[in-house]
Design a protein around this ligand. Sequence first.
Ligand code: PEP
Ligand code: MN
Length: 342
Amino acid sequence: MIIQTTPHCSMPEMEQILQEINKLGYKPARVETQYGSYIVCVGTAEFDIRLLGNLSGVRDIHMVRDQSKLVSRQWKVKSSEISLGPDMVISRNDLTLAMGPCSIENEEQVEDMVAFLKSQGVRLMRGGVFKPRSSPYSFRGLGLEGLKMFYNKCNEAGIFVVTEVMQVSQVAEMYDYVDVFQVGTRNAQNFNLLDELGKVDKPVLLKRGMSSTLDELLASAEYIFSNGNEKIILCERGVRTFERAYRNTLDLNAIPYLKEKSHLPVFSDPSHGIGLRAFVETMSLASLMAGADGLIMEIHRQPERAMSDGQQSLNFDEARRCIRKIRETVKFRKELALLEDL
Ligand code: PEP
Ligand code: MN
C-alpha cells in the first residue's frame, strides 16, 4: 500500500496516520522525493480503506500488491517523464538516443564525437571515465579530470552527458559534471550506491544486473526511489546465459514486461546486449519494436582502435545508417500504435 500525504501534512497528522497504519498491522516507511511525500506500507491484512482515507493529511491511497511499490504501475498509471532540460524530456512519447564511446579517451575524441552527434540530432552522449573492467590490467578510464573535460565540451555544445558511477564517494565528486548517472550491470545490486543515488536530484540510468531477475532490477530501482529520487530509467543490457556465441543475451522480453510492471522509462543497450558489432543495428531495431523508450549505444570513429568495447562499437558510417533506420522504425511504431487506437 502507498499513501500519498498532502504537501502540508502536519506532525500531529502524520503521527496519527502512522499510528493507524501500525494498528492495522502494516509496517510504514516514510519517503520524501523531489516530487512528493509517501508512506509505503508493507503488510497483508485486509481492511476498509476508508479507515485511512478519511484521516486528514492523506491525499490518496493505493493498494499495491507488487513487491516493489513506488516503481510499480499499480499506483501510478501515468508513465513517468524525466526532464534533462527545457527541450529534452525522456518519455514514452518519444525516443531518446544516447550514443558515444565505451570509454572517454581524449579531448579530440570528445570534440569529434560531439560534432558527429550534433550532425545527427543526438542530444545525449555516453562515455565512461570510471570503467569496470574484468581485468585489472585493462584501461580503467580517465577519471574525474577526464569527466570534467568531457562534460565541459558537451555542455558548451548543448549535449547532455550520461556516465557510469561506480562507488558512493564518486557521487558527490561527479555531481556537477553529470546529467545522468549510469549504474552499470556490476553495480546493479550495490545497495549503498543505490541509496546514495536516491539522495541526489539527477536522473539515474539503472542497468540490469547480468544475472538479475526483473524483480531484482525493480527492487534496485525501488532503493533509489525510496531514498528520494524518482528520476530513474530502467535499462536492459543483456544477461548471462549458457549461450557463448555472443557476449550476452539481450532479453527483449524484459522491455514490454518492465513497461507493463513499472511507470518508469525503459531503455535498451543493444551494444552490450549482443556484443557483436555486426548485429547491433538489428538488435537496436528489435528493441524499438519491443517498445524501448530509448537506446544507449556505443560508437567510435575507429572501433578497431577503441580502448574498450571496440568489438561492439559502430563506426560513424554504421551509426549514421543505424540512426536513419531507428528514426524510420520509430515512425513505423507510431503508425502501428495509431492502428491500435482505431
Ligand atoms: C558500459 O556502458 O560501457 C558498461 C560497462 O556497461 P555494462 O555495465 O552494461 O556492462
Ligand atoms: Mn562498454
